[in-house]
Design a protein around this ligand. Structure first.
Ligand SMILES: Nc1ncnc2c1ncn2[C@@H]1O[C@H](COP(=O)(O)OP(=O)(O)OP(=O)(O)O)[C@@H](O)[C@H]1O
Ligand SMILES: [Mg+2]
Length: 442
């Protein structure tokens, strides 16, 4: 049934070795070889690989980590279980990094060891689930080869060199800002500034000075001249993000600006001409807002000179493997890991609906790269990650051990960077703080 009936046990402590052998061979029926020293173990491993090795960590002048390496090079699929009475965070981390199957603290009870061995067997059964990779991933920041994306690239190519105003629409996380940056980068303004303004996060009362600027003393609190985005981006590009969220009064101001291309900072006597290209984006349906009289029709037409509509990720599922591999490689590089996505894992990724689109996929891959058992992103790992999405925000009451464990691992991988960790975990930063407090870490 499984290929793990042969086990090599490496243990210098005679009584532990004998106990394990008696149990696994006589009671459980495994075929067991034994080594009392690292050199003996190397000799046995040289004669052919084992599907399963159980090794003590502290042996002689060499350690269980050396056994781990030798076992893996003799048989890359070998499951290595390390055991030690002197485990530390460092040895556990190091052994996990090097691909140990599990780490068992001594003293252990035999049932626990058997359970770990059984799990290794179950994992070996899954080894027919091959790793996936893509050799000819396009060298680009922007990934996607589906017909809708090709159309988007064509529009970007045509629009970029012109100064035409572009309106990018698409659900959250579909790559609107990325597209805006590409347009800027492929334009003659590429060497000048690209200034993004998130219209939704700036209070309506401040948007005016944010965009048009204000002179010192123009309003209470204006203790110095404030350069607006349109002036800061002179000769460059202004990216007006979440344009669907601006109020009617400001819509009119913006319309005037697009017609005149002049700014008059608050408190200034005369207007100034500026040369900026405007790219706007929204995840709301602007046409519908116009119909409902919530967005000025004349402004809509001024913005919508070149429309770009980004497809939701679920509308271009064929691109999911490309994106997944792209993000996997990036995360592996960033965290010096070697995680893989299996065929079943890729299928599960491709079947999910991705309400948060590419951004959500990116964060999930990053999380799985760090957290997937054995650094193997298979169906089970993906489904677990998806299931945990819905339970995340409301898990305020009790903090499951596994979750605390995940938080610790992600924080370790990000070098303690909490905003990054929150993104990877798919939770808000304040939720992470709350959870850390519960864990007694904050
Ligand atoms: N086609 C793509 N290829 C590679 N990365 C992408 C692609 N589309 C989006 N991304 C990445 O996904 C993340 C989200 O993209 P972006 O910020 O451009 O989305 P958005 O549409 O502006 O989202 P929101 O509406 O939430 O502001 C970014 O990290 C971006 O680099
Ligand atoms: Mg955005």
């Amino acid at each position: 049934m499984t290929g793990l009936r042969r086990i090599l046990i490496v243990e210098d402590d005679h009584s532990v070795r004998e106990t394990l052998i008696t149990f696994l061979r006589d009671c459980e029926g495994y075929e067991v070889d034994e080594a009392a020293s690292t050199s003996e173990a190397f000799r046995l491993l040289d004669n052919g690989g084992y599907p399963l090795v159980i090794s003590d960590v502290y042996l002689d002048e060499r350690t269980g980590l050396d056994i781990l390496n030798a076992a893996k090079s003799a048989n890359p699929d070998c499951a290595v279980i390390l055991m030690s009475g002197r485990g530390s965070i460092e040895t556990v981390m190091e052994s996990t990094r090097r691909g140990a199957f599990d780490y068992v603290a001594k003293p252990f009870d035999l049932d626990h060891m058997l359970e770990v061995v059984k799990r290794a067997e179950a994992a070996a059964l899954k080894s027919s689930d091959e790793d996936t990779d893509i050799d000819d991933l396009p060298v680009s920041e922007m990934i996607g080869s589906s017909p809708t994306m090709i159309e988007v690239y064509k529009t970007i190519t045509k629009a970029a060199p012109t100064d035409a105003t572009v309106l990018i629409q698409g659900e959250t996380g579909t790559g609107k800002e990325l597209v805006a940056r590409m347009i800027h980068n492929y334009s003659s303004r590429a060497q000048q500034s690209f200034v993004p303004v998130d219209c939704a996060s700036i209070a309506a009362s401040l948007l005016e000075s944010e965009l048009f600027g204000a002179l010192r003393g123009a309003y209470t609190g204006a203790d110095r001249d404030r350069i607006g985005a349109f002036e800061a981006a002179n000769n460059g590009t202004v990216f007006l993000d979440e344009i669907g969220d601006i109020d009617p009064g400001f819509q009119l101001r913006l319309l005037r600006f697009l017609q005149e291309r002049e700014i008059k900072p608050l408190g200034a006597a005369r207007p100034k001409r500026v040369d900026v290209r405007v790219i706007a984006a929204t995840n709301r349906d602007l046409g519908k807002l116009v119909e409902d009289k919530k967005f000025r029709e004349d402004l809509f037409y001024r913005l919508n000179v070149v429309p770009i509509r980004l497809p939701a990720l679920r509308e271009r599922r064929g691109d999911i493997p490309l994106l997944a591999i792209f993000f996997l490689r990036r995360a592996n590089e960033r965290y010096s890991l070697d995680a893989r996505i299996t065929e079943s894992g890729m299928r599960s990724l491709q079947e999910y609906s991705w309400p948060g689109n590419v951004r959500q996929l990116q964060h999930m891959i990053e999380r799985l790269t760090i957290l997937a058992p054995q650094y193997r992103i298979d169906e089970e790992a993906v489904l677990d990650a998806i299931a945990s999405l819905s339970s995340k925000e409301n898990a305020g009451e009790s903090l499951a051990d596994t979750e605390a464990d995940q938080i610790r691992k992600v924080l370790a991988a990000t070098g303690g960077n909490k905003s990054r960790a929150a993104k990877i975990l798919g939770i808000e930063r304040k939720t992470l703080y709350r959870k850390l407090e519960k864990m007694g870490v904050a």
